[in-house]
Unconditional design. Structure first.
Length: 184
């Protein structure tokens, strides 16, 4: 079963609980986690925190960490005992756990993910990383890549106007390496 097979009440419980706990992030992994947790609750409607943790082994979420996800599962367990679902705090006040934008839909996989987006005449890109760290780039020859069937363009540092660096504190992460520069 997928999340589309859940009842309206079950979908509401998962969506609200994930949003309230802050467990909805990008939406890539949460539908699988929801279904893994739903299977756990089908077998054991009152799992302990340790049982929830163990049941989610094998599903990874690098966005939230597991505490918020485990909190969301416990909220669903409470809702199925008859306790009310937690209210979603939307006022953004300091200290409040304001849900992520479109969090309920992200929890259930109802929001489009990047791979779901398609536009007319859309192109797809691929990056080429250096095989050698701390190597000086002497020359970039794009002729073979440009000749490959289906390639619309090849972009190098020479094609990027303006600054090619970013960083949290210091702009020291190059996005493209130009001829004569050193790879990371």
């Amino acid at each position: 079963m997928t999340q589309e097979g859940l009842s309206t009440d079950q979908r509401e419980q998962w969506a609200t609980s994930f949003a309230a706990a802050g467990a909805s992030q990008c939406g890539f992994c949460s539908p699988g986690i929801v279904m893994k947790a739903e299977a756990l609750l089908h077998r054991n409607p009152e799992p302990t925190r340790a049982e929830i943790t163990h049941a989610l082994i094998g599903n990874t979420c690098r966005c939230t960490g597991y505490v918020k996800i485990e909190d969301a599962v416990e909220m669903v367990v409470a809702a199925r005992r008859g306790e009310p679902l937690p209210p979603l705090v939307e006022d953004g006040r300091v200290g409040a756990r304001t849900p992520r934008y479109r969090a309920p839909g992200l929890a259930l996989g109802d929001e489009p993910f990047v791979d779901d987006l398609v536009e007319p005449r859309m192109l797809f890109g691929a990056l080429r990383f250096s095989d050698h760290p701390r190597a000086v780039v002497r020359h970039i020859d794009v002729s073979r890549a440009q000749a490959h069937p289906g390639v619309a363009a090849v972009v190098t540092a020479a094609d990027v106007p303006g600054e090619r660096t970013q960083g949290l504190l210091t702009r020291d992460w190059r996005q493209f390496v130009a001829e004569g520069e050193e790879t990371a």
